[in-house]
Ligand binder design. Sequence first.
Ligand SMILES: Cc1cc2nc3c(=O)[nH]c(=O)nc-3n(C[C@H](O)[C@H](O)[C@H](O)COP(=O)(O)OP(=O)(O)OC[C@H]3O[C@@H](n4cnc5c(N)ncnc54)[C@H](O)[C@@H]3O)c2cc1C
Length: 492
Amino acid sequence: MTKTKNKYDVLVIGGGAAGMMAAAAAAAEGCSVCILEKNEKLGKKLFITGKGRCNLTNACDTEELFPHVCSNARFLYSSFYTFGNFAVMDFFEKLGVPLKTERGGRVFPVSDHSSDIIRGLERELKRLDVDVRLHAKVKKLTAAPRPGAVLEDGSAVEAGAVIVATGGLSYPSTGSTGDGYQWARDMGHKVTDCLPSLVPLKIEEQTAAMLQGLSLKNVEIWVKDGKKELYRGFGEMLFTHFGVSGPLILSASPHCTSLLADGKKLRLYIDLKPAITRQQLDQRLIRELGGAPNKQIKNILGAVYPAKMVPVVLAMADMDPETFAHSVTKEQRGRIGEVTKAMAFTVTGTRGFEEAIITRGGIATGKVNPSTMESRLAENIYFAGEVLDLDAVTGGFNLQIAWSTGYLAGMSAAKKIKKINRQEKRHETCHCDRRTRGSGKKYHCKTGGKRVRIYIRGHRRHVPGYGTVFSPEGHRPRRHGVHDGLLQRGGY
Ligand SMILES: Cc1cc2nc3c(=O)[nH]c(=O)nc-3n(C[C@H](O)[C@H](O)[C@H](O)COP(=O)(O)OP(=O)(O)OC[C@H]3O[C@@H](n4cnc5c(N)ncnc54)[C@H](O)[C@@H]3O)c2cc1C
């Protein structure tokens, strides 16, 4: 029976985008690395990103990443400049995953399969000898005296450093159930309120439910809190049984989520015909109505609006759908124009985390070092990805945050652990009290409790604390000499 290893240089909790990248970065620095993932496979959320196509980053200028981040953009300065969007693209292309850039700079694998991104990462983890443990749910994180994790089955894993990459609260079915928040709180970190973001919106009026299933392309929307405009955008949206969804609505939601959580009601306006002016629309209505004066208006407007929209437009314009075209007044046409150019709804809230692309809020960034992702409160504990209070708009920016923070955490943890290991090795005091004549001789000497060989050079006798320690494996040292009674271990 093989015994499971329970000590690593770097332990990563969570095998999502941030965790896999952190593990690869740490292992590439030469550290022994283990990922603990509670699911039956790695990257469960990554698999469903971009509707299964994985919009893994954005090809904008690296500087342009910042304005797309909604919370704590400045915190990301080091991570975006250490491992930015072009580094991410390079990384995946080198892993044998060719990429393509689409509208709005959105980057996808050429295959349109998120599974290729996951497979690429898995290959890299295997090449770097990372231990991946699946079905490994971490129950407890220990920070002191040595970082480590206790699993649900009671087993423990120790490490030089632990990287927490457990994600947020969105789509809990993928494994992101906010486990990292409590561990962070236990270490003294503040966790800001978590809200669903990039999420569909609930509408008060029943008219929205009447339009359920209707998808609108090339519309303009804007959201207002009283007189203040919170968001304006152009694109696609969709009506559902509870309200509105689709890319445009998801993009609007980060601007509304906090206000809605505070119980505010907001107004959503839709311009159904943004390409034409009110006058041009009126001319169009005159033409359509004039072409069939004896038809009822409900049977004419189908040429101007999608069929499902006609009764809603007429109801909102306060018109009888059975009005004959010849009797429609200028004032009534004006009301139809008004509704068409600014169809108004009341937004009462967002849908829940089950439908949210991202979590707004998380571990407050103030007590996390942005240059390394290490906790300022618990040494050798690092955070990466959505577990932190970081979120961005759609377009590949959220995964970019996961890759960048994951890479920086992995690389920084590995560098620190390597340095600590080197220092521990170097500062082994010679406890030898043997005094021996002669130069160039090898003696056994107890150092740090181990028996190692001493090579005495340039001294007639071996004095305690002098000499060069050979490695226990007997490698020849490259350096020799001593300072302050501490032996230098050279040669490896
Ligand atoms: C439907 C959907 C589509 C999306 N599309 C895109 C897109 O196209 N582009 C984009 O940029 N972003 C997209 N996102 C957002 C993106 O997926 C996230 O920002 C990103 O996955 C966050 O990565 P993460 O590694 O921090 O967290 P996660 O991917 O959530 O990974 C966390 C991992 O930790 C594991 N874990 C949690 N607790 C424990 C524990 N106690 N023990 C062991 N393991 C644990 C979980 O099982 C999980 O695998 C999308 C999100 C969703 C929900």
